[in-house]
Ligand binder design. Structure first.
Ligand SMILES: NC(=O)c1ccc[n+]([C@@H]2O[C@H](COP(=O)([O-])OP(=O)(O)OC[C@H]3O[C@@H](n4cnc5c(N)ncnc54)[C@H](O)[C@@H]3O)[C@@H](O)[C@H]2O)c1
Length: 508
């Protein structure tokens, strides 16, 4: 049978494990006209799932997203089962029980005995390998990963993951079924973190590295991530939302799954915070404190009054913006001894840029060249004169931007986060763990970035991203900053980051 035909003919799906994920999966399946058998080790979990899904349909009908008749019909398609191994016929089983290899293996071994050969098996595991789960089956070809995201009805992405022995036509069949459910399928490989959770390490591990280097406070990094990079949520807010009891083990499992690749290195910071119970929103304290569920954030300090000191910069556009609001600027070859010197290096620290250009270090501050009209990052190094730094802060604030002051260092903050996001996805593309198109689609939909990471790297410029990484690599000696071959080749050859180009298979 063709994959599309199979997907169209799916009439009954069994969802086992009716917790957070199982409920969402059952909700979208029944809404798409499929009969859904619901089963769980705890019968009360099934009862509450049926009631909750019914309420969700009712709410959607109230908002006009479905008709009252559709809501009633979908509710009628929910069939509670008292035994997950009930021999009643079904086309597909989606397993969403707790994340434990033995539990999942035992369940599938029982299902294989209970259900006919034609029933397809799918697991919603987020961190176990599909291939490991399939070893419980006499016939491992009938199982694949179908990785939904939380909350399922709103997160429209699903990773379809073939295991090492999955039947060749099964991923296509499941891909068509995901489309029938109104979600967007992407193909991922059965590798640690699959696609999205692997790609997401770029932001999180780099934010923790910045914190470990004491370059900036969590709220400063979050503000830069939101205002400059355009992320919906900064990395520390995100960790507080997902909670460290989920994030930290996920980081450890992806890192060990890749046998300690430094670009995926977790942080001792999250391990100790996890042990201390500072998990995030759900425990009332994480990187932020929460009162009645509301994040407590210190207000940003008010900028001082402008001093009238002139500004000299290597960035003409920055001087234009300052001149426009009446700040005195110097446009000569060299700054006068009274001038604030604002340097905007890519990859390098302002201090090292000052040394290379033989500029007086005490007059120099850095401005992240990725700053924008909303927010700019000002960096200070140990030799910066304090009054000069305050004058720089005042002058930048007078242009109407919010100013975040951080310690000077190679790559500053926005450049480092962006370069890490782009490079991580370039590694994914390089290893052919997903197509460039799927990488961009998956990350945009599941992580809410303003662009897919490869498109984003393309917009910023592959050469620029490469410069940032090479500077970080040489300044720190840390192999986590080694640029991926995907990035180096495309930057050197002038090819787009988000296209594969000619592959060996195209030639043969
Ligand atoms: N929560 C997420 O954000 C998320 C996202 C993607 C994937 N996942 C994966 O989905 C699966 C379920 O996660 P969840 O967050 O819905 O968990 P959950 O704790 O909310 O629900 C798990 C359910 O499984 C039931 N269960 C446990 N053992 C069982 C068994 N042997 N047979 C039948 N039912 C059993 C429990 O009673 C519970 O109702 C896990 O594999 C998880 O890794 C979770």
């Amino acid at each position: 049978m063709l994959p599309g035909e199979w997907a169209e003919r799916v009439n009954t799906v069994r969802v086992i494990g009716t917790g957070v994920m199982g409920r969402g999966i059952a909700q979208i399946c029944a809404a798409a006209g499929i009969t859904v058998q619901l089963a769980d080790a705890r019968h009360e979990a099934v009862e509450s799932a049926v009631a909750e899904i019914g309420r969700m349909y009712h709410k959607l009908a109230g908002k006009g997203r479905m008709s009252a008749e559709q809501a009633e019909a979908a509710t009628g398609r929910l069939v509670p089962l008292s035994d997950p191994l009930d021999p009643a016929d079904c086309d597909l089983v989606v397993e969403a029980v707790r994340e434990d290899l033995d539990t999942k293996r035992e369940l599938f071994a029982g299902l294989e005995r209970a259900l006919p050969q034609r029933t397809v098996f799918a697991t919603n595991t987020s961190s176990l390998q599909v291939t490991s789960i399939a070893t419980a089956l006499q016939d491992p070809s009938r199982l694949a990963g179908l990785h939904f995201f939380n909350p399922v009805p709103l997160m429209r992405l699903v990773e379809v993951i073939p295991g090492a022995r999955t039947a060749a036509d099964l991923p296509d069949a499941l891909t068509e079924l995901v489309r029938r459910l109104g979600h967007t399928p992407v193909r991922a490989t059965d590798t640690p973190g699959f696609l999205v959770n692997h790609a997401g390490r770029g932001l999180i591990t780099e934010a923790l590295q910045i914190l470990a280097e004491d370059l900036a406070l969590p709220e400063d990094v979050d503000r830069i991530a939101r205002d400059v990079l355009g992320l919906r949520m900064g990395p520390f807010e995100l960790m507080d939302l997902t909670a460290l009891d989920v994030t930290h083990p996920a980081m450890e499992s992806i890192f060990s799954g890749y046998y300690g690749d430094p670009r995926l290195r977790p942080s001792p910071i999250t391990r100790s915070r996890l042990e201390a119970g500072l998990l995030g929103r759900k425990t009332g304290e994480g990187f932020y404190r929460y009162e009645d569920g509301v994040k407590q954030e210190r207000p940003e300090p008010a900028a001082p009054e402008p001093t009238g000191r002139p500004v000299w910069s290597d960035d003409a556009a920055l001087l234009d913006a300052l001149a426009e609001v009446g700040s005195p600027v110097e446009r000569g070859e060299e700054p006068s001894s009274a001038a604030i010197v604002l340097l905007t290096p890519h990859g390098h620290s302002a201090a090292s840029a000052a040394l290379s250009a033989r500029l007086p270090a005490q007059q120099v501050c850095g401005v992240d060249p990725l700053s924008n009209a909303t927010r700019c990052t000002l960096t200070v190094h140990p030799a910066t004169d304090r009054d000069m730094a305050r004058a720089a802060w005042a002058a930048l604030a007078a242009t109407g931007r919010a100013v975040t002051i951080v310690r000077d260092g190679p790559g500053m903050i926005a450049q480092r986060l962006l370069a890490s996001i782009v490079n991580t996805s370039c590694f994914i593309a390089e290893q052919r763990l997903a197509t460039p198109e799927d990488i961009d689609t998956a990350v945009r939909l599941a992580l809410g970035y303003p662009s897919g990471p490869l498109e984003w790297g393309q917009q910023v410029g592959p050469r620029r991203v490469l410069t940032i990484l090479r500077s970080l690599h040489s300044a720190t000696g840390d192999p986590r900053y080694r640029p991926s071959r995907w990035l180096v080749e495309r930057a050197d050859l002038g090819l787009p980051l988000n296209e594969t180009g000619t592959a060996v298979a195209d030639v043969l």
